[in-house]
Design a protein around this ligand. Structure first.
Ligand code: AMP
Length: 954
């Protein structure tokens, strides 16, 4: 039975099968007697012919058995010969078996034709000696099977010969066959049965309903094994591979293309498919993008909340919108924007001139910046939401806005042109840097005076015209006189733009009467006609140029004010003259000191009152000069008043006057109930909402803008130099000249000898004393930080040296706790290393105003890292030991006010502190959210042993 199995499984093309023939084979034996003999055997009722030999009595046996002629199949050169045989054990014959052997030999002889019985040993060559694996000793036959490959063969056919040299052998079966690689299906390709010879490349074909670009192929080895299939057959659309075939997709399923994928369930919003479907048809109102066939989606709905915002710089605005509520089931949502100029009747495209950033189409984010817009036009922007299926839908989901540039500051006027003149009039015109929006009428303020008008004292008198057009004719002037003009635009609320430079124009001299030159009548007539024509033309021109003058007045301009430049008192040779140019002398009798409220560098600061006729008694602050001063000190003391006296702004501390005529010089200013800003904020964590803090910052920025407009560089802007009144209005103070060098506790001597408050000062000012409004902006950034951190010391306990190093390495203070992100961003802008890139105070004021106008903009809070931002010491003194006591810890985080509460609650050890949870802290009596956070964060910091406190975020 094992042999049968073997035959079944061998892939073969059989040339000869002794057993299967079932009849006498007609093989030649030689010698005819005593050699191989044919034996009939019946196994299970079937008759078999086998050959056997057993001539062991004598040596020198040479018994041959030769097959019939076996045809070789053309194209093959090797055949397999499989023998099954039994060999008897020589030992079982005892001494009788002198010549007994246990092997026999296989021979082959090639021939081009059947030679019949013409058998010649000499034509055979030996293939192999056949030895049994097991010899048979008893009644149980041990059948051996052996396969030999014979070749190469070249003639038409061959004979096999079996030479017996004295063994007792029964040849049960002989099979001669070619090995083949059986027909096979591999990866959806069919390959035919192939004779295994040498390694052979075989081409196949894809199964039904499958296709391939290249012909599938595979190799058949000499051993009859298929190897290295190269097959790319894929089932057609609507079919999927199931085993070795491609089956049609079931109803309700589909497969869109030739691929190895399986059929998919029809997507949502489609009609059910039939068997073998390559697509599922979309339901009404749904579409499919060609790029992804396995979807069915509806177009998105319209963008929402389309708004615009004018950006700084000329001609730029940003559009924002919210994504549509319905995306329609696709994620490739995009937007496109179209700009039109519309009037009541029709719209026209805005044209090529305007630019979109990042572009007008394929916008992935719901925003776009439009630039090169004209400030006097109204633009209509239409934003369309699109997805991969939009092209199939007639509906256009759009949002539309009509908007115009909306500048808060009026345009600039740079040039004034003289258009016409006469002895008594000048016609002037000018062009603003941008045209006003259609709906807004810019007005202009024109000031002029006679150039040589003698200035009375400090006062110059100007005539002022308020005009609603950018041209004017001024009449009633004096002939042959030079006039000085300047003009600026006024914004919608009358807010002024910056002035043009002063321009000078002359009126014509009066025409001298011409004597001694008698014109003829003709000339008179011609001249007369010309004059009439001129008058008519001029009249027409003038009609066109009619301007509404809204308001004419004269203003007295103090000479130093229109110049808007602060004057350094040191430019005066005598400081005593300088001070009286700018400051009122107060009679000491109207002043009453009440109480010491502070100590300045030159002496005590008192709260007091001043009697002012008509205003009663007003509270004032009185700075005094301590006795024993030198003349130099007196001048330095009063120089602050000389400077302050030049300023007039709600966010600059107001000087009432000075007392210089008495021994004890005094400076009297408005009284600021809440004192210095840094002290005011300390301990008020969380009490003042961010909105109010930003309001305070806005005030400081406005004051600083005023100072920078006046070309005054403060050099020591810090929260300690800002005063706060009862309404929480902040005013910039401290204008000493020598102050930066001398009286500031923060001042540190630099290598060049001056004193500089390092942690408030911009790097370029520290490095090479480049003090500018831009360095004041840096300091303003630090003030913002101080304010948002409720009076925290900038850079905590780092040394000045460490601060300078950190700044140079591009580290910046981290966001204070609960600081609105927009405010922190502004701080970072103020701390840009390149001073020209920092915002100007004008930009800062505008930005803060914008934030204050939309308080939601303050809701986003900047990221806050408690470990670096509070700089909570996790150990006392940095030596790795914990705080020894709870009070010591509370003190370190400036929460000493809770010492008693903690003690009362029985929290006396740091271990207990570490175990506190939020509600425990609340139960102890910490209610203010700011304090709560500070304590909770500190505990977090204490727990975090790894917190690195010496480095802080960029
Ligand atoms: P100063 O010499 O200007 O730095 O003033 C010293 C201190 O006096 C300040 O820190 C304030 O606490 C207080 N002070 C100065 N000016 C005023 C004022 N106008 N109103 C209230 N307090 C003031």
């Amino acid at each position: 039975p094992c042999c049968n199995n073997l035959f079944l499984f061998l892939p073969a093309e059989v040339l000869l099968d002794m057993r299967a023939s079932g009849s006498e084979l007609g093989w030649l034996t030689s010698p005819y007697e005593n050699g191989w003999e044919i034996v009939q055997t019946v196994v299970n009722g079937t008759l078999f012919y086998t050959y056997s030999v057993c001539s062991i009595e004598t040596t020198e046996q040479d018994n041959w058995l030769r097959t019939t002629f076996i045809q070789r199949r053309p194209g093959t050169s090797r055949v397999s010969v499989e023998l099954s045989f039994v060999v008897r054990d020589c030992n079982t014959f005892g001494g009788a078996s002198v010549g007994c052997k246990e092997t026999f030999n296989l021979f082959i002889s090639e021939a081009d034709a059947d030679v019949g019985t013409n058998f010649r040993k000499g034509q055979f060559r030996k293939v192999a000696t056949i030895a049994p694996d097991e010899v048979t000793q008893g009644r149980v036959l041990k059948v051996n099977t052996e396969t030999k490959t014979v070749g190469p063969l070249s003639k038409k056919g061959f004979y096999l010969g079996f030479q017996d040299v004295g063994a007792c052998v029964a040849l049960l079966s002989v099979r001669v066959y070619y090995k083949t690689c059986p027909s096979t299906v591999q990866s959806l390709a069919v390959f035919p049965e192939t004779v295994a010879d040498a390694l052979r490349k075989v081409e196949g074909a894809c199964v039904e309903n499958a296709v391939s670009q290249a012909t599938p192929c595979i190799y058949c080895t000499a051993e009859g094994k298929w190897v290295v299939p190269v097959v790319q057959c894929q089932c057609l659309a609507g079919y999927e591979a199931t085993g070795d075939s491609c089956q049609a997709c079931k109803p309700g399923y589909f497969k869109p293309s030739v691929s190895n994928n399986f059929c998919q369930v029809c997507p949502d919003n489609t009609k059910p498919s039939a068997s073998g479907a390559s697509e599922c048809l979309c339901e009404e109102g749904f579409f499919r993008a060609p790029s992804d066939p396995s979807t069915s989606a509806s177009p998105p709905s319209a963008p929402r909340d389309l708004t615009s915002m004018t950006l700084p710089g000329e001609g730029k605005l940003q559009l924002f919108w919210s994504p549509p509520l319905v995306t329609g089931g696709r994620s490739d949502l995009m937007y496109s924007v179209v700009c039109k100029l519309c009037d009541e009747a029709s719209c026209t495209p805005c044209g090529e001139k305007i630019r979109f950033e990042p572009g007008p189409t394929d916008l992935q984010d719901p925003t776009v910046v439009v630039s090169d817009l004209d400030s006097h036009l109204n633009y209509t922007f239409t934003v369309e939401a699109q997805s991969g299926v939009s092209q199939f839908s007639a509906e256009k989901p759009t949002a539309t806005i009509t908007t115009a540039l909306d500048y808060t500051d009026p345009p600039k006027v740079t040039e004034i042109h003289l258009d016409d003149r006469s002895p008594t009039s000048l016609s002037l015109s000018w062009t603003p840097t941008r045209r006003p929006p259609a709906h807004i009428n810019h007005r202009y303020e024109l000031m002029y005076r006679r150039k040589d008008d003698s200035t009375e004292g400090d006062v110059t008198t100007y005539k002022v015209l308020i005009l609603d057009k950018s041209f004017v004719q001024i009449d009633g002037l004096i002939p042959a006189t030079t006039y000085t003009f300047r003009v600026h635009a006024l914004g919608p609320e009358g807010n002024p733009g910056s002035y043009s430079a002063d321009h000078e124009f002359n009126t014509f001299p009066l025409a001298e009467p011409q004597f001694g030159n008698k014109p003829t009548m003709v000339m008179v007539a011609v001249f007369g006609v010309a004059v009439i024509l001129l008058v008519v033309v001029a009249g027409l021109l003038l009609r066109k140029r009619l301007v509404t003058v809204h308001f004419i007045s004269t203003v007295n301009v103090y000479q130093h004010k229109p110049l808007k430049t602060y004057i350094d008192p040191h430019t005066y040779e005598d400081p005593n003259i300088a001070i009286h140019k700018f400051v009122t002398e107060i009679d000491p009798s109207v002043i009453g000191k009440q109480k010491v409220i502070g100590v300045g560098e030159f002496g005590e600061v008192f709260r007091g009152v001043m009697k002012i006729p008509g205003r009663g008694e007003v509270p004032v602050a009185i700075k005094t000069l301590k006795p024993g001063y030198s003349e130099k000190q007196r001048q330095d003391f009063l120089s602050e008043a000389t400077i302050m006296g030049q300023f007039s702004h709600p966010n600059i501390i107001h000087l009432e006057g000075v007392i210089t005529k008495f021994k004890h010089a005094m400076i009297v200013t408005e009284y600021m109930e809440n004192g210095a800003l840094d002290t005011y904020l300390k301990g008020r964590d969380g009490e003042i909402p961010p909105y109010q803090l930003v309001g305070m910052l806005r005030g400081i920025a406005a004051g600083m803008k005023y100072l920078s407009d006046m070309n005054y560089v403060h050099r020591d802007l810090a929260a300690r130099n800002v005063l706060v009144n009862g309404n929480l209005e902040c005013k910039v103070s401290d204008f000493g000249l020598s102050r930066v060098l001398e009286d500031d506790a923060e001042g540190t001597y630099t290598t060049r000898g001056g004193k500089i408050p390092i942690r408030w000062t911009a790097p370029e000012a520290i490095a090479y004393r480049k003090f500018t409004s831009a360095s004041d902006v840096w300091s303003f950034g630090i003030v913002m930080w101080e304010v948002m951190a409720f009076g925290e010391r900038p850079y905590w306990d780092m040394s000045n040296h460490e601060v300078m190093k950190a700044i140079n390495e591009n580290f910046r203070l981290p966001a204070p706790m609960d600081c609105p992100s927009a405010i922190y961003q502004l701080m970072l802008q103020c701390w840009l290393h390149e001073r020209l890139k920092r915002p100007r105070f004008l930009d800062i004021v505008n930005f803060l105003d914008k934030l204050l106008k939309s308080p939601e903009s303050l809701k986003t809070i900047a990221d806050f890292d408690p470990r670096v931002s509070i700089r909570l010491p996790s150990t006392s003194g940095g030596d790795g030991t914990m705080f020894r006591s709870v009070p010591e810890w509370l003190e370190s985080i400036k929460m000493s006010q809770y010492k008693e509460s903690f003690a009362r609650a029985g929290i006396t050890t740091m271990e207990q502190v570490l175990a506190l949870r939020h509600e425990d802290i609340r139960n102890i009596g910490v209610r203010l959210p700011g304090h709560m956070k500070r304590i909770a964060y500190s505990i977090l910091g204490l727990k975090d042993e790894t917190s690195s406190l010496s480095v802080f975020a960029v």
